[in-house]
Write a protein that binds this ligand. Structure first.
Ligand SMILES: Nc1ccn([C@@H]2O[C@H](COP(=O)(O)OP(=O)(O)OP(=O)(O)O)[C@@H](O)[C@H]2O)c(=O)n1
Ligand SMILES: C[C@](O)(CO)[C@H](O)COP(=O)(O)O
Length: 227
């Protein structure tokens, strides 16, 4: 029998690196707030998928206003976030009581495809974890002591994206730990709990909107979704 599937979309951040008055998840790109593009991608995968949307507590009224403005009616469970991504995911997870699989996705990765979401659930069903990743396109060097740098073999490295999809029980158990500075994503939490991480092919288009220039690129992709 197919496992029950859930998604947690984390949008509880304040976007300090974007340096924008409006939190980046609410900025309008290609006629819609970023977060609505992200939710629509998951709805395209399955309109019945239960989605937990994590928002900064103070911005929940902002989101509610946007939903009225854009006539956005997709059913969601809205949960208040925490001080870090780790805390926000943990808050989201506390609203799932079932067994099954959960995809954790950044609200600010709006160009995720239906196929990537489907693959994340497929791989996680077989391997308990499925983390989207792409290979490096550029050369990399590591800083040595002083001003010296040394070339590294880029084929050994991956750039990590979301969705990061896991067996729900495994992820909940991993999130019981005290938050550590190394926790930049869900894979690092699950690995810290002693589990192996399985990567699957993400996409260079699945970018995270982090700094202002990302808005330009994201808008081009969002306006040309079928290209
Ligand atoms: N307390 C937090 C911090 C981050 N996030 C979410 O985690 C994802 C990670 O992306 P990131 O670019 O780090 O978002 P911000 O924390 O908002 O940005 P910055 O680090 O520049 O402040 C985003 O969707 C963000 O909203 C969250 O849900 N709760
Ligand atoms: C989860 C993530 O998007 C994977 O690439 C990333 O780690 C978020 O971390 P950031 O350091 O806040 O950009």
């Amino acid at each position: 029998m197919k496992a029950k599937e859930y998604a947690i979309i984390v949008a509880g951040g304040s976007g300090t690196r974007m340096n924008s008055q409006i939190p980046k998840q609410f900025l309008v790109l290609a006629d819609l707030p970023v977060l609505m593009h992200t939710i629509n991608a998951f709805d395209t995968y399955s309109e019945n998928l239960p989605i937990i949307l994590v928002l900064p507590k103070k911005d929940i009224p902002v989101w509610e206003k946007l939903c009225i403005e854009y006539n956005f009616t997709r059913p969601l469970k809205i949960v208040a976030g925490g001080a870090s991504r780790f805390q926000s995911v943990k808050n989201g997870l506390s609203h799932i009581e079932d067994k099954g699989l959960v995809a954790i996705h950044d609200g600010v990765r709006p160009i995720v495809s239906k196929d990537i979401i489907a693959n994340s659930f497929k791989v996680a069903a077989a391997r308990q974890s499925a983390v989207a990743a792409v290979k490096l396109k550029e050369s990399i060097r590591v800083q040595e002591n002083g001003s010296h740098t040394k070339a590294l073999d880029r084929s050994r490295f991956h750039l990590i994206q979301t969705p990061q999809t896991f067996d729900i029980a495994l992820l909940k158990e991993a999130y019981q730990v005290t938050e550590q500075p190394v926790f930049t994503d869900d894979a690092s939490v699950v690995e810290y709990a002693g589990h192996k991480i399985t990567l699957f092919e993400g996409s260079y288009k699945n970018l995270k909107i982090t700094t202002p220039e990302d808005l330009l690129v994201a808008e081009v992709f969002l306006k040309n979704q079928n290209v």
